[in-house]
Design a binder for this molecule. Structure first.
Ligand code: SF4
Ligand code: SF4
Ligand code: SF4
Length: 560
């Protein structure tokens, strides 16, 4: 099975918003990039919708759809009933006309399949086939139950989804045709991959719009339907399945739920045995399919308007469909193993310790890592989905402790001043250098009381740092090389002072010794010159050569 949702390389900025919003935490991090854990994912598309970097990419199946046309196949489109919310003022007639221009055979509403499915649900409630019946229309909910609530599969209606039922209907009516489903859902792509035969390709509304645009086809808003309004057109709204049912025997309570989290709470309740005799319509998306992840982005905020569009387009009577028999609609959904391993309490404690959480007070449960609690995060670390450093408080503490260690152990004096030149931080080395007993004696005081402020003022005025400026602090009898860094963004000055007093005294001593040596040498040379001159005059020779040699000797000594 090909991946339906993947990551755009290097777009991820590690904000963990996708983890925070993923209802089943099916996201792992590797090399600072979010990855979907396919075995755990239920294809709800939330991570795709919330990602601020658009890092998630939906598989593009347009080339597959086009290949059907190129191969001269007879192709039918099954269009999801939410299309009226996605395409303002557009009817099925306009869709049919447009797909024919693309070279396809025609389009029909998936609502016909929905009618078949809801007819079967009616039979189920009339026959009281199960104590609890959970609708099977939403592939994400079906997958949620298959992966996370396999013990509740007995309550999931073993009925094809409207998409598959409609695909089967089209294939029955047009043997050997190809079927393309167009809708607002990512998980339908996975459903068609998993249960092959009824639907050959799934396009999102976006992919379909793209196909029309590149073929210069516009949807004609003037095209008016001449077909009856089907009741099942209301299916893509919360409560739409129940609203379309004609028969609702009173021995069931009929409830509709939307949003994965709400559905999970209900499933937890069912698991605990608190619920009996209920027909529960479940949709992963808030607002049901009209809130689907690939609905037009601009429209996602207008659920009521979308609801009204769908409601106004639906009618009072059922579409006239040939109802297949129960076996043709039978759709068995089996458990899917997620291979999620659960760590022991000891392992969790150990990981929490590595995360710097040694007591319950350290477990802030702030959620910034994407997990609701520190324990959940520790579990994800064990499962290889998260790493320890994905914890803002932990990183902050670590960074602070690093900088504290560096500052307090530095042999250099470090002073941080604000723009008013008040001391914000001073380390022990600086205290020693400036004869300060301990940092708290000067924190908050003006630095003018301990240091000449001119260089700091200059660094601020010029907005430039000053490096290795050598000066003598007469008050403290100390020589220092001082670097002043002005950080305009944080409105601070950082002074780093290297005490070079010893080196300077050493240097002065050496200079003194050298000076004295030269003096002595000078005297020796003069004396020798006099002797040589006397000898030379006695010997009648010039003293020039000897003088040059001796002068050279003197220069050499000076250089040393
Ligand atoms: S939402 Fe997820 S994929 Fe998107 S940038 Fe944030 S961490 Fe990365
Ligand atoms: S599609 Fe849904 S389940 Fe899958 S990773 Fe994204 S948010 Fe999680
Ligand atoms: S404290 Fe850290 S591990 Fe705990 S929830 Fe917050 S970010 Fe996650």
């Amino acid at each position: 099975m090909k991946e339906v949702l993947k990551l755009k390389k290097s777009n991820c900025k590690n904000c963990y918003k996708c983890i925070r919003n993923c209802p089943v935490k099916a996201i792992s991090f590797a090399n600072d990039q979010a990855l979907i854990v396919y075995e755990e994912c239920i294809m709800c598309g939330k991570c795709f919708v919330v990602c601020p970097q658009n890092a998630k990419l939906i598989r593009d199946d347009l080339s597959l759809a086009k290949s059907f046309v190129e191969n001269k196949e007879e192709v039918y489109v099954s269009i999801a009933p939410s299309f009226v919310a996605n395409y303002d003022g557009v009817t099925i007639k306009a869709i049919d006309e447009a797909v024919k221009k693309l070279g396809l055979a025609g389009a029909e509403e998936t609502a016909h399949g929905a009618t078949i499915v809801k007819n079967r649900y009616e039979q189920m409630v009339e026959n009281h086939e199960k104590d609890i019946i959970i609708t099977s229309c939403c592939h994400s909910i079906n997958t949620l139950i298959q992966k996370y609530y396999p013990d509740l599969l007995c309550y999931l209606a073993d009925v094809k989804s409207p998409m598959l039922a409609h695909g089967a209907k089209l294939k029955k009516e047009h043997p050997n045709c190809k079927t393309i489903f167009v809708g607002p859902c990512i998980s339908k792509k996975a459903e068609a991959d998993l249960y092959q035969g009824d639907i050959d390709c799934v396009l999102t509304f976006e992919e379909f719009s793209h196909w029309l645009e590149e073929s210069n086809i516009t949807l004609n808003k003037e095209s008016v339907d001449d077909i009856e309004k089907g009741k099942a057109r209301i299916f893509p709204t919360t409560g739409g399945v129940i609203a379309s049912m004609n028969s609702k025997p009173a021995d069931y309570t009929y409830i509709s739920l939307d949003g994965v989290e709400n559905c999970m709470k209900a499933l937890d309740d069912i698991r605990l045995g608190h619920i009996k005799n209920c027909f529960i319509e479940m949709s992963a998306c808030v607002g049901s399919c009209i809130g689907g992840p690939t609905m037009d982005k601009q429209k996602r905020r207008y659920l009521i308007r979308d609801y009204l569009e769908v409601k106004n387009y639906s009618g009072e009577n059922d579409f006239n469909v040939n109802q297949p028999n129960k076996d043709e609609l039978q759709h068995e959904m089996k458990q899917i193993n997620t291979f999620i391993s659960e760590p022991s309490d000891d392992i969790i404690k150990h990981i929490l310790k590595d995360m710097g959480k040694t007591s319950p007070e350290d477990e802030l449960n702030c959620g910034s890592c994407g997990y609701d609690t520190c324990r959940e995060k520790a579990k994800a670390v064990y499962q290889g989905k998260a790493n320890i450093s994905m914890c803002l408080p932990f990183l902050k503490e670590k960074a602070e402790s690093f900088s504290d260690t560096i500052i307090s152990n530095s042999p250099n004096g470090i002073i941080v001043l604000n723009e008013q030149l008040e001391i914000q931080l001073i380390n022990q080395s600086a205290c020693k250098l400036l004869n300060i007993r301990e940092p708290k004696d000067v924190i908050g005081l003006s630095s003018v009381s301990i240091l000449d402020p001119r260089n700091y003022l200059q660094a601020m005025n010029d907005e430039l740092s000053i490096y290795e400026n050598r000066s003598f602090l007469a008050e403290y009898n100390k020589y220092v090389d001082e670097t002043i860094i002005y950080n305009k963004n944080y409105h601070i000055l950082i002074s780093i002072m290297r005490d070079i007093t010893k080196q300077e005294i050493e240097r002065e001593k050496k200079e003194e010794i050298s000076r004295k040596t030269i003096e002595v040498t000078d005297k020796v040379i003069e004396k020798q010159m006099r002797v040589v001159q006397e000898i030379a005059s006695l010997l009648g020779e010039t003293t020039a050569e000897t003088k040059i040699a001796l002068t050279k000797l003197k220069e050499t000594l000076k250089d040393e």
